[in-house]
Design a binder for this molecule. Structure first.
Ligand code: ARG
Length: 459
């Protein structure tokens, strides 16, 4: 195999070590971006007068043909080459001879791989954002379907306060919308043209980098060639965005694993996404949710892996940076698959309203009882103590607020009146909330309408 650098050496590379360093088996995924970048470089060399108009035109035509063939015939993008850049250049030289050998003038693979990965992320991130919007749409549809149904909220995984089921689904919507924004920010960070940086010091040909940026749709040019040759911040930002999105999907998964379990039965999983047991006939398992939760570690691992690869690098390109690509590709695949699976699971949920509403009542109304006393002039800290003592008694006697006689209420505090029974219910509790981010039905209705509007804009 001849390489792009064989002229410097007496002997052929050691096969095993060459294979160790080769990246074509994974960076073939940058094929389209590599050709796109080379097309722009050929045009720039033409504009700079480094290539004759005829040479530039022939290189462009040959690259366009290579691109078309690679798109229609994925198996074509393979060979003994060191990396995707060497592959494209070999094909070009095979086609054009010396004219093809002129394409790499003034350019280095160091900047080439950077421009490729930036183009790749810019091209692929929108699909991930559509995946995020798909999960948001499924959650919003569940929020609509839940109407005014109630469920308990939890802190420390113990019943806390009544909420609308819609409020629960919209909580996950809020987190995923931040992921959508973070993915957009990662794409914006990748949106800088590194070409013109050469191997490290810049290029000595009169290349109009602003024109290349316009040609490739980059909004700006990198500020420093040394920094550009080893800057992978945009890849790390992407991995962070992907990791946090996975963390959020993992939390959706964990909630649903718990809430669909036999102990709660708040929701029922659709049969289509559930799995059975080879031994226990009664089982209906949430495997896709467990996989999403389990795969989250991969994305986080890739982020930590890249940061670790980056942290000790001296200035300029170092081969360590080749590790960026498998991290990015696997995080992308992991997130895309997890988004699709989560959307399918959420879409198939059915609400078990009798179960959620029964669970939304009982001692989790204690805060509302305390608020009742506050409404009658009792300082909150004192009200908390009074209700705490009442709860202690009810727990000991295995009873709930609804079973208390007026005498018993009065025994706890003479501020209690007969109206406490209708003033302290899950529905009243929810309706009593006043803030825009609360579970108050009006607030939730507005949040849902706003989510629908966001979905129309995002989709
Ligand atoms: N495969 C290399 C990478 O992914 C391309 C850049 C190679 N540059 C070099 N100086 N060896 O980083």
């Amino acid at each position: 195999m001849s390489t792009l650098w064989s002229g410097r050496f007496d002997t052929a590379p050691d096969a095993a070590t060459f294979a160790f360093g080769a990246s074509f088996h994974f960076d073939r995924r940058l094929f389209e971006d590599d050709v796109t970048g080379s097309l722009a470089w050929a045009r720039a060399l033409g504009r700079a007068g480094v290539l004759t108009p005829d040479e530039a035109a022939r290189i462009e035509a040959a690259l366009a043909a290579i691109l078309a063939r690679g798109r229609s015939e994925p198996a074509f993008v393979s060979g003994p080459d060191e990396d995707v850049h060497s592959f494209v250049e070999r094909l070009l030289v095979e086609e054009l001879g010396d004219a093809g050998r002129r394409l790499h003038t003034g350019r280095s693979r160091n900047e080439q791989v950077s421009v490729d990965l930036r183009l790749y992320l810019r091209r692929r991130i929108p699909a991930l954002q559509r995946g995020v919007a798909g999960v948001v749409a499924a959650l919003a549809a569940q929020a609509h379907a839940a109407g005014d149904a109630l469920m308990p909220s939890f802190t420390h995984l113990r019943p806390a306060q009544p909420i609308l089921v819609a409020h629960f689904f919209l909580a996950h919507v809020a987190a995923l919308r931040r992921d959508w924004d973070r993915l957009a920010a990662a794409a914006a960070e990748a949106d800088a043209l590194p070409l013109g940086s050469g191997a490290i010091a810049g290029t000595s040909y009169p290349i109009d980098v602003d024109a290349i940026a316009r040609d490739l749709g980059f909004s700006r040019v990198v500020p420093n060639s040394i920094d550009a040759s080893s800057d992978r911040d945009f890849a790390a930002s992407f991995l962070y965005a992907a990791s946090l999105a996975m963390v959020h999907l993992s939390r959706v998964a964990e909630d649903l694993i718990i809430f669909c379990g036999d102990e709660h039965r708040f929701f029922e999983l659709s049969d289509a996404i559930s799995t059975g047991s080879s031994m226990m006939p009664q089982k209906k398992n949430p495997d896709p949710l467990e996989l999403v939760r389990g795969k989250t570690g991969r994305a986080i691992g890739h982020l930590v892996g890249l940061l670790t690869a980056m942290k000790g690098l001296p200035s300029g390109y170092n081969k360590d940076l080749q590790e960026d690509k498998q991290a990015v590709f696997d995080a992308e695949d992991t997130l895309a698959g997890s988004l699709a699976a989560t959307a399918a699971v959420v879409s198939g949920l059915s609400l078990n309203r009798p179960r959620t509403e029964a669970a939304a009542s009982g001692l989790l109304l204690a805060t509302d009882v305390a608020d009742y006393l506050v409404g009658r002039g009792v300082p909150f800290r004192r009200a908390h103590e009074i209700v705490g003592a009442l709860v202690r008694k009810l727990v000991a006697e295995a009873r709930e607020f609804g079973s208390l006689s007026l005498e018993e209420w009065r025994g706890a505090s003479d501020r209690f009146d007969a109206d406490v029974v209708e003033r302290v219910t899950p529905r009243v509790s929810v309706a009593a909330k006043r803030t825009p981010q609360s579970t108050a039905p009006d607030a939730v209705g507005r949040a849902l309408a706003e989510a629908d509007q966001w979905l129309r804009a995002a989709g």
